[in-house]
Ligand binder design. Structure first.
Ligand SMILES: C[S@@+](CC[C@H](N)C(=O)[O-])C[C@H]1O[C@@H](n2cnc3c(N)ncnc32)[C@H](O)[C@@H]1O
Length: 244
């Protein structure tokens, strides 16, 4: 088993009580491949790592592709409509995916994940709870969402309470089997906050200077004023799909 990438503790903790060995897995929203690496390290038979971001797909291939070609398929696709066959996957993971999905995408993606999952299969959804009202990071996230709404007409970030995600998947015949806290508090490091300020810069690049300039200046000021912050929680929900 050739996986050399460090797997974050949140991923290891979320997968610890799940059957991964020998399973056909779908990692929904591959990002830079942390959960894909965790699934491969835990003995997955095959992992479909799906992302709609070409840079992320390339990063996953670079980080994890070597030595795993027989078990890893990086799929560039929209999770609302994947090329995967119906009833073809034993285990679905969505680690840190839902917070980057606007509400209108949640239901179609839940339906598509359900279509490709075999009856009786399992799903783990890990995400951030709504940050506390007094969290300083909210100021940076609000600027990120303001920039995203102006450019794309949709928010960049939406934090869903676990009960909301449980209800969205329950509507597709998934039952929650366990709930777990992965982080309490969440350590929002300087690197995390810089990454969020960078997103504001990327949106601002598509705006006239008179709008983009102040947004970037505010995001940089807020990120450097916060520095880092420990606040909020990250949770994990494990589901099983009805067997019929
Ligand atoms: C924050 S990252 C997830 C991190 C990753 N799961 C991990 O464990 O490292 C979110 C990922 O979801 C992808 N994504 C967001 N919306 C998507 C969609 N509609 N279809 C496919 N991928 C999507 C993004 O491109 C990105 O790769």
């Amino acid at each position: 088993m050739s996986v050399t990438v460090d797997v974050p503790e949140t991923v290891t903790a979320a997968l610890a009580d799940q059957q991964v060995e020998g399973q056909v897995c779908l990692e929904a929203g591959a990002g830079v491949g942390n959960t894909t690496a965790g699934l491969l390290a835990a003995g997955a038979k095959r992992v479909y790592a799906v992302t709609n971001d070409a840079d992320h797909a390339a990063t996953v291939r670079d980080r994890i592709g070597d030595g795993n070609a027989d078990r890893l398929a990086v799929v560039e696709a929209d999770l609302r409509e994947t090329p995967l066959a119906t009833d073809s996957v034993d285990f679905v993971t969505a680690h840190g995916l839902c917070n980057v999905l606007p509400p209108a995408e949640l239901a179609p993606i839940a339906a598509e994940l359900t279509r490709v999952a075999k009856p009786g299969s399992r799903l783990v959804v890990d995400d951030y709870a709504v940050p506390p009202a007094d969290a300083a990071v909210n100021r940076l996230f609000a600027l990120e969402n303001a920039a995203a709404r102006v450019v794309d007409g949709r928010p960049a970030l939406t934090f869903y309470p676990p009960a909301v995600l449980a209800a969205v998947f329950a509507a597709n015949s998934w039952t929650v089997e366990r709930r777990k806290t992965l982080l309490d508090p969440v350590p929002w490091t300087e690197a995390h906050l810089d990454a969020h300020a960078k997103v504001v810069r990327e949106y601002a690049a598509g705006l006239p200077d008179v709008v983009g300039g102040p947004l970037v200046a505010m995001a940089d000021d807020v990120a450097s004023a916060i520095g880092s912050e420990r606040t909020g929680t990250m949770y994990s929900l494990a589901f099983r799909l009805a067997d019929v």
